[in-house]
Design a protein around this ligand. Structure first.
Ligand code: PEP
Length: 264
């Protein structure tokens, strides 16, 4: 647990900054929906249903080959779900950051637990990918989070320290962190607000150690893991997150738009 002083300090800064900063809502479509026709319908329905507001930035991350097919809107930008760490070369089946930018992506999810689990991505690869994304002006959303039974602070400290190794203060201005406890992803077993708050404060404390308190206050921290329209605001209000990363619930236009509009 974090000490009272750390909790209060970041709490006060967060309150001060909250009126100025945006709330981010990321939709991770994973390998969904089934086809391009459905993707277009979903994207256009979301676009039609969200209220325009300066308070919110929505980042929809469809399968990469549809980035070019979907036209971003007033508050909606596009992101990719992964990128390679090289600019080009003999990497069959992979996409470079530049290719994703050319297709319309402004953001990229890196180190999602499903890639760590199924593709064997470790923290060193994650670090290379973040650096490659930043070189191409693609803003990385670094996913961190513990498995059930693991100590949150130990896992986050390792993932943040190695994942962000070698990044300068200037590069960090474009980095987002998403706290996604693996046991909460796709399970309906979302993290309690108090535990999410501990994660927010631990991430801020680690960023302070690695950089400075000033920078720790500026890097947006999002929560992901079974977010729905009946729990999204607890992560922003109680857990002091800067927004949410939504998987399953981003595949229903009505539900996803409700999450966005409720936060707006
Ligand atoms: C995710 O894909 O990162 C995620 C948080 O999924 P879900 O919202 O379905 O738990």
């Amino acid at each position: 647990m974090l000490d009272f002083a750390t909790n209060r300090r970041f709490g006060q800064n967060r309150q001060k900054m909250k009126s100025m900063s945006k709330i981010f809502v990321v939709g991770n479509w994973k390998m969904n929906p089934k086809g391009l026709k459905e993707a277009r319908v979903l994207f256009e329905s979301i676009k039609k249903s969200v209220k325009k507001t300066d308070k919110i930035k929505v980042i929809i991350c469809p399968p990469a080959l549809w980035l070019k097919e979907l036209k971003p809107g007033a508050i909606i930008s596009l992101g990719a779900q992964n990128c390679h760490w090289e600019a080009s070369g003999a990497y069959t089946g992979e996409l470079s950051p530049r290719m994703l930018v050319d297709a319309g992506a402004e953001y990229v999810i890196i180190g999602h637990s499903e890639r760590r689990q199924f593709m064997g991505e470790g923290d060193e690869i994650v670090n290379l990918k973040i650096k490659a994304a930043l070189r191409t002006k693609l803003k990385p959303i670094l996913c961190v989070g513990e498995k059930a039974g693991e100590e949150m602070s130990l896992v986050l400290e390792r993932q943040l320290t190695t994942g962000l190794a070698g990044l300068g203060v200037n590069q960090m201005k474009d980095v987002f962190i998403a706290y996604e406890p693996i046991w909460a992803i796709g399970t309906g077993n979302n993290c309690l607000p108090d535990n999410a708050l501990s994660a927010t404060l631990f991430i801020k404390k680690t960023l302070t150690k690695l950089y400075s308190r000033f920078l720790a206050d500026k890097v947006p921290v999002l929560y992901g893991g079974s977010v729905h329209s009946d729990n999204e605001d607890t992560y922003v209000k109680q857990a002091r997150m800067d927004g949410v990363l939504v998987g399953g619930a981003s595949l229903g236009a009505k539900e996803f738009a409700k999450i966005i509009n409720d936060l707006g």
